[in-house]
Design a protein around this ligand. Structure first.
Ligand code: NAD
Length: 499
């Protein structure tokens, strides 16, 4: 059985712990590898390697650091097909989607290639007699990223590309469910010229995470995952004096106004609701048609589309979506469908009834499900299901539609479909959610803008990537200087004022 350990100081490090996690192939249900769960001692070795590499890397000129990112991009692109296959075989998303996962990460790498420009500080000439002021952004030192299973390429690159380009050294703790792609990315960073110790991978579970959260060498922690864990990461990390950003779960709504093009809306909902088997933090899981007429017409368009979704193995090219990530997750999602029925929602299409795929009877597959007449008091509305399940929550007017996502516990993404600019503008200004789409189903901002939800979808003040990411991974220093030094004005006992 293949074993996955840790990547430290430019080489594989075998873990000392005897604890391992199973890495499944979700298409077959077979265990395809075992990943070592780091001990505290393993974590300490990784942190020491990152700390040893930190001063040299911070002193490496920014254009040289950017050159590593350029080269890394080239190396990843060279093997994107192999990487996508590896990713699809552990995660269960289909190949085209797996490539998209890698490409969206590379978008952030491309942004990081511009780091010499982005890091330019500010300069003020002559703020007072002979005095100039300038500011610069400096690396924090050793920083860490803890990432979820659902984007094993993109989310690690969101974090390490920017952190490393800014001059930090990095400890990545990937999801234990699909650790192979992050391990390969670390090897490629080394091949691209990042010195040993600059990017390290520490595999593991809570023990590894707790070591990151409590060890004084780690200056900042970036986390993406579910809300309960995000809350824990934020409170524990900040209690240990670290800078923390922690992105959590989501329940993304799509408001459908009566004037929207309903065929376009139905297509958008199918892609955004069922793509990647709904295992995306920006998946649309609630459609909010305004008025019963809109709701009935939308349902009529959705039903045949949901029924004809092609569910298949992730490593072939002919499926809309593949299996869920693990058996436990499949059971959880199926449980939510049982619950929805019990709660009184109208189950229009039942994905549990999908017949098993020949040759893949033990895979974690289920079909797409559609609920209608879901109401805000139901748990299937309140909680994140993270599966191929779309709910329709009917409302009577725009104000009620605006209220639903605004008052929901989560505030990651939301979208509105309308042909009316006034309605769209009003909605985008008033809705209490961090990322908004107008006639766009999955409003994931591009790399040079910034990603982050509101409310229980994110803890901490700065977002992922873009200039917010640069802010998170650097600290600002402001220098006030006077030349020549020879001026003698005598002792001054009062706060300096502009002269
Ligand atoms: P998860 O919270 O289970 O795991 C995320 C990371 O935390 C993993 O590395 C895992 O090993 C670690 N972890 C898990 N349990 C822990 C514990 N008890 N103590 C310490 N560490 C622990 O999330 P997941 O299932 O891998 O990913 C899916 C979740 O991530 C969904 O809720 C999804 O919405 C969310 N997500 C959010 C965003 C965003 O930007 N808001 C993006 C992608 C995914």
């Amino acid at each position: 059985m293949r074993e996955i350990h840790h990547f430290v100081n430019g080489a594989e490090m075998r873990g000392t712990s005897t604890r391992f996690g199973d890495v499944f192939n979700p298409n077959t249900g077979e265990v395809q590898a075992r990943v070592n769960f780091a001990s505290k001692a393993d974590a300490a070795k990784v942190f020491a390697a990152a700390a040893a590499a930190a001063p040299g890397w911070a002193d490496t000129p920014a254009p040289r650091r950017a050159a590593v990112m350029f080269k890394f991009r080239e190396l990843v692109l060279k093997e994107i097909d192999t990487l996508a296959h590896l990713l699809a075989s552990e995660h269960g998303k289909v190949l085209a989607d797996a490539k998209g996962d890698i490409q969206r990460g590379l978008d952030v790498v491309e942004f990081a290639c511009a780091i010499p420009h982005v890091l330019k500080g500010e300069f003020s000439d002559m703020v007072s007699g002979g005095i100039d002021v300038y500011s610069m952004r400096q690396a924090l030192g050793v920083v860490a990223g803890i990432t979820p299973f659902n984007f094993p390429a993109m989310v690690p690159m969101w974090m390490f590309a920017i952190a490393i380009a800014c001059g930090n050294t990095f400890v990545l703790k990937p999801s234990e469910k699909d650790p192979s792609v992050p391990m390969r990315l670390a090897e490629l960073m080394l091949a691209a010229g990042a010195p040993p110790g600059v990017l390290n991978v520490l595999n593991g579970d809570k023990e590894a995470v707790d070591a990151i959260l409590t060890d004084p060498v780690i200056q900042a922690v970036s986390f993406v995952g579910s809300t309960d864990i995000a809350r824990y990461i934020y409170s524990t990390g900040t209690a240990h004096g670290k800078r923390v950003q922690a992105m959590g779960g989501a329940k993304n709504h799509m408001i459908v106004m009566p004037d929207a093009d309903l065929d376009q809306v139905a297509d958008a909902l199918i892609g955004a609701g069922y793509g990647s088997a709904g295992e995306r933090c920006m998946a649309i899981s609630v459609a909010v048609p305004v008025g019963d007429k809109t709701a009935d017409a939308l349902r009529k368009r959705l039903e045949p589309r949901v029924q004809s979704l092609k569910v298949g193995i992730s490593t072939s090219n002919d499926a809309d979506f593949g299996p869920l990530v693990t058996k436990a997750h499949l059971e959880k999602v199926r449980g939510y469908i049982d619950l929805g029925v019990k709660e009184g929602a109208d189950l229009a299409i039942d994905g549990r009834k999908m017949s098993s795929l020949q040759g893949y009877e033990n895979g974690y597959f289920m079909g797409g499900s559609l609920f209608d007449r879901v109401t805000p008091d139901m748990r299937i509305y309140k909680e994140e299901i993270f599966g191929p399940v779309l709910s329709i929550a009917r409302v009577n007017d725009f104000d009620a539609a605006l209220k639903l996502p605004s008052e929901h516990e989560f505030g990651n993404g939301v979208s509105i479909y309308t042909r009316d600019g006034d309605t769209a503008r009003e909605f985008t200004r008033r809705v209490n959610v961090g990322m908004v789409g107008v006639n766009v189903p999955i409003p994931v901002p591009v790399a040079f803008h910034t990603f982050g939800g509101w409310k229980a979808s994110a803890f901490g003040d700065t977002n992922q990537h873009g200039t917010e990411g640069v802010k998170f991974f650097t600290k600002i220093k402001t220098v006030t200087s006077r030349w020549p030094t020879g001026i003698r004005a005598g002792a001054d006992f009062f706060i300096p004022t502009i002269k």
